[in-house]
Ligand binder design. Sequence first.
Ligand SMILES: Nc1nc2c(ncn2[C@@H]2O[C@H](COP(=O)(O)OP(=O)(O)OP(=O)(O)O)[C@@H](O)[C@H]2O)c(=O)[nH]1
Ligand SMILES: [Mg+2]
Ligand SMILES: [Zn+2]
Length: 306
Amino acid sequence: MTIRRLSRVIKIDRYNAWVEIDGEEKYAHVRKRVLRDTGIYPGDYAWVSEVIRGREYAVEKIVPRKNILKRPTVANVSKAIYVHTFKQPEGYLFYLDLFLMNVIHEHIKPYIVVNKVDLLSDEELQYAKEVMKTYENLGYPVIWTSVEKKEGIEELKALLDKGTIVFAGMSGVGKSSLINTMYGLNLSVGAVSEKIGRGRHTTTYTKLIRVGEKTYVVDTPGFSLLEVPDDIEVKEVSSGFPEIAEREHLCAYPGCLHVDEPGCAVREAVEKGEIALHRYESYLKILEAVKEKEEERKWRRRKKRR
Ligand SMILES: Nc1nc2c(ncn2[C@@H]2O[C@H](COP(=O)(O)OP(=O)(O)OP(=O)(O)O)[C@@H](O)[C@H]2O)c(=O)[nH]1
Ligand SMILES: [Mg+2]
Ligand SMILES: [Zn+2]
């Protein structure tokens, strides 16, 4: 009889996976039916068999997931940290808003880290604090860090004790640097290109790293594309924006999408400055992208029926 063990999937390499067995990383073949039925993602818990004792492993089955974070894709996430920078690179808040929507959708606890504060002048820092106030008011913790000056690192670490902790954000914001400083690791770190002020995607794959008995940190590649998850529907977008969701019942039309409907309480709140304009703009942009995906799906279904 072959032994089956419950293992954690550490990293995916095309149709194979690195899994953790007895504290060691082993390369395992992924059965076709796994790829077909459930797929396999970093962070999955999987039943792994020993095809040849101590030498060859195969992933037989994926344990049902608690959640799955999209962009970056990681399964069974406890906490998700979005790393933002105001300079080198100048981050887009839109990515943060999209990330928060994804995270809320999966019931994962989000944290926002503003890194590279050493690069900001007093005035710039004041501006940054104002921008982040919007997020703090929505209930998201914001932590200010500098890897360079070793600031905020202990504060951040104290918030993130157990579980599977994902670091996400644009390329070059310092995700790998933060993980290195916090846990004394040696992940590769790359310079932000001088010319375009953007990172160069130093980290190219998602990987779980065990840093405690029950703690994994997940380093992920920086993203640079607008990509909304496939399973989000038009009417669900607003639930990713608490300040919109809580006003929806005040709109004149049930099912109001807050675009141009008359008597829209959300747009009224934007005009009054009660909802930050950049948040509303993110909402509209995501809504548009989700609508497009829905149209695509409908079109494909119609084509299939013909
Ligand atoms: N001044 C300053 N530079 C920093 C700080 N944190 C990281 N950096 C630098 O920013 C650059 C990018 O850091 P990385 O850790 O590679 O960024 P990343 O987010 O992992 O990037 P990708 O792997 O491409 O997604 C490196 O040159 C770091 O030394 C900081 O707090 N202050
Ligand atoms: Mg990196
Ligand atoms: Zn409305």
